[in-house]
Each structure stands twice: as structure tokens, then as C-alpha cells.
Design a protein around this ligand. Structure first.
Ligand SMILES: [Zn+2]
Length: 271
């Protein structure tokens, strides 16, 4: 059976789902929603792979190192029981990425919003290492970027030859400018959007600009639930509300948005 929707970026392996992740996944699969659990460090990447292996179909994993973990996190963390900084361990992620359920490398990139110290260089170094990892494993990148699009684009441009030509990666929860979007589109990147678009009107213009064959759905659960679940814990089955908003903004039917975004995810993740 083919999925109806694809939540291309979610975190059901995070501690927010420690008591009920199987029920949450079951609710999604029962609604025809397939999902990709994205890692942020060693522990959450390993858990994502373990959960993917528990399911014959419909549950996949992305392994990598989120830029905010380049330094010790201050914020209370929904990802793990104890939030911690760690060194990027190339060999560990390279081994993990060999698993056939691993569909991308990330989430990786640059995040200057959460930056406390002079960690820009460290973030760049770890991002470059993950680009190398993506090349070595022939997988697309799952890119996270906040307040850092010029530096991110510069790195992707200079490393372009290492990226897969037909599916270099996904810019998840894109918050850059229209011009940044154009540049990334020209480089072959796709874009995933989540719950924020259902209540923050400033995404409508970029949604109209990005062609449907470059758009994907995500929830980024447990964060940022869409309307009408705003403020609650988010989960993959809510992804239909993201699709509904895209359909409205682009004047398309829900069926078309669901079908095309699912097709994009299956192509980029090579499922
Ligand atoms: Zn995420």
C-alpha cells in the first residue's frame, strides 16, 4: 500500500513520546501517514533507526548531528532525558547510515539563533563533515538552518559537487528569504513545511513561489503543532492540516497536494 501523506521530518523517538511512541506511530500509519524520524545526536539517531527497524514499512530514519549540539544546550530539552553537547563522531554516523532504513543525513546545518558562544566555526566544520558523510553514503541532506542562510548557501555552493545531483536534500522548516529559496531551488533542493504555516501568514508567499514538485510536508513533532492543535504536543497524524493549508494557499485540491508531496518524499528518500 502506498502512503497518502508523508511526514518527512518528525521526532517520534524524542523523550516527549517515551511512553506512547508505538501508539503515535500506529495512529499515523492507520491514517496512511508514513514518517521519517530525524536524529539530532548519537542517541536520537540510533533510536530513530531502532524504531524504523521495528516496522516493515512506513517508518524511516535520518541520522545526523543538529548544529545546536555543537555546544552545551541551555534550554530544557524535549529530545533527551539530559541535554548535552557532544563531539561529532564521523565513524559512528557512517556505520549507522549504512542501515537500509536510513533515508537521509541530518538534521545538519547552521543555527545562529541559539548560538551562545563563538560556535560558528564549529557548526560549519560539523556541517562540512556531514556533507562528506552524505557523499560517502549517497544520501540526501536534511538541512536545518536558522538565522544563517547566507553562510549555509555559501557552504552548499562550494560543496555542490559532493551532493547528489538529482536530490541534494531538503531544507526543513524553511525560514529564509524568497531569494534564498530561489537560490536553493536552482541548486536542486526541496523544502518541507510544518505547523507554523497554519497560523503564521508570512509563509504564504514562499509557499506560492515553490513549485509543487519541490514541496514536502512535515510536522517536526513534538514541536509546533498545526491549527487546530496549536499548543498541544504535535504528532505525525496531524500532518494532514499542513497539507490542507498548502492546498488553500496554492489553490489546489488536498488530494493533489497529498499525492505530489508524497511522491516527492518517496523520490528524495529513494523508497
Ligand atoms: Zn527537527
Amino acid at each position: 500500500m502506498k502512503p497518502l501523506f508523508f511526514d518527512s521530518h518528525t521526532h517520534v523517538q524524542f523523550v516527549a513520546f517515551k511512553d506512547d511512541h508505538e501508539e503515535v506511530i500506529r495512529r499515523a500509519l492507520d491514517k496512511g501517514v508514513w514518517l521519517n524520524n530525524v536524529g539530532s545526536q548519537k542517541e536520537t539517531s540510533e533510536k530513530a533507526v531502532m524504531i524504523a527497524e521495528d516496522h516493515e514499512k512506513g517508518v524511516y530514519a535520518t541520522v545526523g548531528f543538529h548544529p545546536i549540539h555543537a555546544e552545551a544546550a541551555e534550554k530544557e530539552d524535549l529530545e533527551e532525558s539530559v541535554s548535552k553537547s557532544e563531539e561529532f563522531d564521523y565513524d559512528f554516523f557512517c556505520r549507522l547510515a549504512q542501515n537500509p532504513k536510513v533515508v537521509a543525513i541530518g538534521e545538519c546545518g547552521l543555527d545562529y539563533f541559539h548560538l551562545k558562544n563563538a560556535a560558528k566555526d564549529k557548526q560549519k566544520e560539523i556541517f562540512l563533515a556531514q556533507i562528506k558523510l552524505a557523499e560517502e553514503t549517497s544520501k540526501p541532506l536534511m538541512v536545518h538552518c536558522r538565522d544563517a542562510y547566507p553562510d549555509l548557501i555559501e557552504i552548499l555552493r562550494s560543496e555542490r559537487s559532493r551532493l547528489l545531483p538529482d536530490r541534494p536534500g531538503i531544507s526543513h522548516f524553511f525560514t529564509g528569504s524568497l531569494q534564498d529559496a530561489e537560490t536553493l531551488l536552482k541548486m536542486g533542493f526541496s523544502f518541507s513545511f510544518g505547523g507554523a504555516i497554519t497560523f503564521a501568514g508570512n509563509y504564504d508567499e514562499v509557499l506560492r513561489r515553490i513549485p509543487l514538485d519541490r514541496l514536502l510536508l512535515e510536522t517536526d513533532a513534538p514541536y509546533v503543532a498545526p491549527v487546530p492543535f496549536r499548543g498541544q504536543r504535535n504528532e505525525p497524524s496531524f500532518v494532514v492540516h499542513v497539507a490542507e493549508h498548502i492546498a488553500k494557499v496554492k489553490s489546489l485540491s488536498l488530494e493533489e497536494v497529498a499525492r505530489e508531496t508524497t511522491k516527492n518524499a518517496l523520490r528524495i528518500f529513494a523508497i
